[in-house]
Design a binder for this molecule. Structure first.
Ligand code: GLC
Length: 497
């Protein structure tokens, strides 16, 4: 069957910028549908309406025929509605469906875990069974049948398995194919076996050969087994999850069975939000032609963090979720060594309590050189990208990573670990050829980090070499256009396959 020129895509996600965000998934969930729409396709997004979403600000309204729908979770009849709004893009209109249920989403300010205790909500299984099952109700009630359902991460993991094993739809509503994108394999949605009974999936698949994994119910595995096609967000990570035991997070063999249908497509960045030439959040806009404006931003940044500005001291920015997988253990281990160097460090992030405590302590100990903001602050994120000299991202694994790309276009030279999407998007600097956009270390240990950091600092003091690296990065094109075109190709391959 030839695929239609204009594709209809239902994009299902658990986070969406600017409504709710914990990580890069939110950025991708807005930017990719937007670009696909610009390229002439019809995309609609489905996302839960969490309590943190500002209904008035975003003019979220009821849709009469999508009110009081119901699905079963175990024996419970769960009633929900779907509301509607649009992405706040100037260029195109992308429709959003907000999945509304007070108990599961509306009453929760945060997405996955209780902000007071830091622990996952106990009913996350039911919350995301609802997201997956609502897809079918939505299609049935709308009578709008997409060509592709694009599912993202474990929260949408049940969509493919429910469709393929227990399709709740009429045949005329069942003509779509499903693409499942892995943004991060280390979060799999693992629950006790009893969760299985709430899903309505067939009893005979309640085994490890079927949809259980190591005796547990695993949402990610459900997605991987039954999606028509799978992709992840860089080519490097796509290879690593197949071959590297640690990065495969226990799912190597499941992934290897799907090897012929597993692709790597690197993310882009949204230049309408992340562009130093037009960024509304930063004190002075700049390009590679007027880097003195970047220096002004550096001063504002340093002073905003309560440190003393000195042009010749390199400022290292860190914006991250504070978890082991992001390399926070390397940073805390090497911190004393780092602080011996002539640097200042500014940090923005939230995450593991142990890291909140550790960084608060370090900020006291090194109060003239290190300062941190342990929370979310979008404006501050832009200022850090614009004002820092170096961006540190020592992830243990990184499916794609967006901040290193933001850094590159803001002339902030990344120092990253050579893994996944980081290795795919940063080009190692070579003194010989003067080629490259950043620095990398391979060995995951604090000594390797500090060693490479020293090299970065030495290079920083060579003004000519540094300015070359800065400009190389700023001239790189990370726009979504080329990645979105690859997604379209992939959708078409899936439709024709
Ligand atoms: C996840 C990954 C990150 C990726 C993002 C968007 O947050 O950890 O590497 O860039 O998803 O795909």
């Amino acid at each position: 069957m030839a695929s239609p020129k204009k594709l209809k895509i239902l994009f299902v996600t658990s986070e969406l910028f600017p409504f709710v965000k914990t990580g890069g998934l939110a950025d991708v969930s807005a930017a990719l549908p937007q670009m696909l729409t610009e390229l002439g396709h019809e995309v609609r997004i489905l996302v839960p309406k969490y309590g943190a979403i500002d209904v008035r600000k975003y003019k979220i309204h009821d849709v009469v025929r999508l009110k009081d729908l119901s699905i079963k979770i175990g024996d419970k009849d769960v009633v929900f509605s779907v509301k509607s709004s649009f992405l706040p893009s100037q260029k195109v209109r992308v429709q959003i469906y907000f999945l509304d249920n007070q108990e599961y989403y509306g009453s929760r300010k945060s997405l996955y875990s209780d902000p007071l205790t830091g622990t996952d909500y106990k009913d996350n299984d039911e919350r995301f069974i609802l997201l997956s099952k609502s897809v079918f109700e939505l299609i049935q009630k709308l009578g709008w049948v997409p060509d592709i359902i694009h599912c993202n991460d474990w929260q949408c993991g049940l969509v493919p398995s429910i469709f393929k094993t227990a399709n709740p739809l009429d045949p005329q509503h069942s003509t779509f194919k499903i693409l499942f994108t892995i943004h991060n394999l280390s979060y799999q949605g693992i629950f006790n076996k009893t969760t299985y009974d709430k899903t309505g999936l067939p009893e005979e698949l309640k085994t490890d050969k079927g949809l259980l994994h190591d005796g547990k119910f695993n949402f990610m595995k459900c997605g991987l087994m039954y999606a028509d096609c799978i992709n992840t967000v860089s080519e490097g990570y796509a290879k690593e999850i197949l071959s590297d035991k640690e990065i495969g997070c226990g799912l190597n063999s499941v992934l290897n069975k799907r090897k012929n249908n597993l692709f790597g497509l690197v993310n882009g960045i949204d230049y309408s939000i992340w562009n130093p030439e037009t960024d509304k959040f930063i004190p002075k806009k700049f390009t590679y032609k007027n880097l003195e404006n970047k220096l002004f931003n550096k001063q504002v940044l340093v002073e905003r963090f309560g440190l003393k500005f000195d042009e010749s001291t390199p400022v290292i920015g860190i914006i991250s979720r504070l978890y082991d997988s992001k390399g926070m253990d390397l940073i805390t281990e090497s911190f004393d060594e780092m602080m011996k160097l002539n640097i200042q460090v500014v940090m923005l992030g939230t995450g593991d309590r142990k890291y909140h405590q550790a960084f608060e302590k370090l900020a006291k100990k090194y109060n003239s050189k290190f300062s941190c903001y342990l929370g979310f602050n979008d404006e501050l994120a832009h200022l850090i990208e614009a004002g820092s000299d170096i961006f540190l991202m020592p992830s243990k694994y990184e499916p794609c990573g967006l901040n290193q790309m933001y850094s590159l276009v803001y002339g902030t030279v990344p120092l990253v670990r050579e893994t996944g999407g980081l290795a795919d998007t940063v080009i190692k600097y070579s003194e010989k050829t003067e080629n490259g956009t950043g620095f990398m270390f391979k060995q995951y240990d604090s000594a390797a980090l500090v060693k490479e950091l020293k090299r970065v600092i030495t290079t920083f003091s060579d003004k000519k070499a540094w300015s070359k690296i800065v400009k190389n990065g700023m001239k790189t094109d990370f726009s979504w256009q080329s990645s979105a075109k690859k997604y379209i190709e992939l959708y078409k391959t899936v439709l024709n396959g």
